[in-house]
Ligand binder design. Structure first.
Ligand SMILES: O=C(O)CCC(=O)C(=O)O
Ligand SMILES: [Fe+2]
Length: 255
């Protein structure tokens, strides 16, 4: 597939896959520089820019866990702290059928590469019309607040950087969702004092794989007239999983 530089990134090669998997495990994130061709980024930028007005901009706040509040813990508890996110997005059903994003997302070698790197048998699209491929827009001043992802990993690609700001910040392994350990004290310290906060840098044409379920992360406010455009490709480790109606209403404003 010409959209991916397979000379630099031999995604069909088992040794290359193992090397990427090691890096993701040790760092919690994997940035593959120059993974996509310039033509890919240009084509996605051309089809996405100027479509911000069609995007859904959620105005509501959320907690870091992306869950409803727990009144038992009290209003001032870190679990109930409300975080502002202002980014907008195009959902999967707004991405053109002939978009290069679909060619990549549907490619069997790309999918099996992602599966091997994250250490699962296979990855599958979401079984709903909205969640699989999303295009995010951050205009001047817009941000994505601190959160843990619901999914265990995310595949992202920056299409257009903002003039300034828009840094991806994270705190690695801050909770252990699988063990049910939410680490309220650690989360509160990280948020209030920025202890252990790291920045992940990546550029257009890079592929980013990030384990966001246990590593709290945010995207700082964008600055300047150029909108930050970033694509998130979401996969499931089981077939037939779709978002609930309430989650669709929260994330996309419709169901
Ligand atoms: O915009 C980014 O770089 C990250 C997006 C993200 O964290 C998310 O969609 O959950
Ligand atoms: Fe996230």
């Amino acid at each position: 597939m010409s959209w991916i530089d397979t000379d630099a990134h031999p995604i069909a090669d088992v040794d290359y896959r193992a090397q990427c998997a090691d890096q993701l495990d040790s760092a919690g994130a994997l940035v593959l520089s120059g993974f996509f061709s310039g033509a890919f980024v240009d084509a996605v930028r051309a089809e996405s820019a100027d479509r911000e007005a069609e995007g859904y901009f959620a105005s509501s706040t959320h907690n870091i866990w992306l869950t409803p509040p727990d009144p038992q813990l009290g209003e001032d508890h870190i679990y109930n702290r409300q975080i502002v996110s202002t980014k907008g997005l195009l959902a999967d059903d707004q991405v053109a059928p002939d978009s290069p994003l679909r060619a990549v997302y549907d490619d069997e070698v790309f999918r099996s590469f992602i599966a091997d790197v994250v250490g699962v048998d296979a990855v599958h699209p979401y079984d709903d019309a909205l969640s699989s491929i999303n295009v995010h827009f951050h205009r001047d001043g817009e941000e994505l607040g601190w959160h843990f992802d619901n999914s265990s990993f995310a595949v992202t690609m920056l299409i257009q950087p903002p003039e300034a700001g828009g840094e991806f910040e994270y705190v690695k392994d801050l909770r252990n969702a699988e063990a049910g350990e939410q680490n309220f004290a650690g989360v509160q310290t990280a948020i209030d004092t920025r202890t252990r906060v790291e920045t992940l840098t990546f550029d257009p044409t890079d592929l980013v794989l990030f384990r966001g379920r246990n590593s709290m992360h945010r995207v700082a406010p964008s600055r300047g007239q150029r909108t930050r455009i970033l694509v998130v490709m979401a996969f499931n480790t089981e077939a037939g999983i779709g978002l609930s109606e309430s989650a669709k209403a929260t994330f996309y404003g419709r169901s």
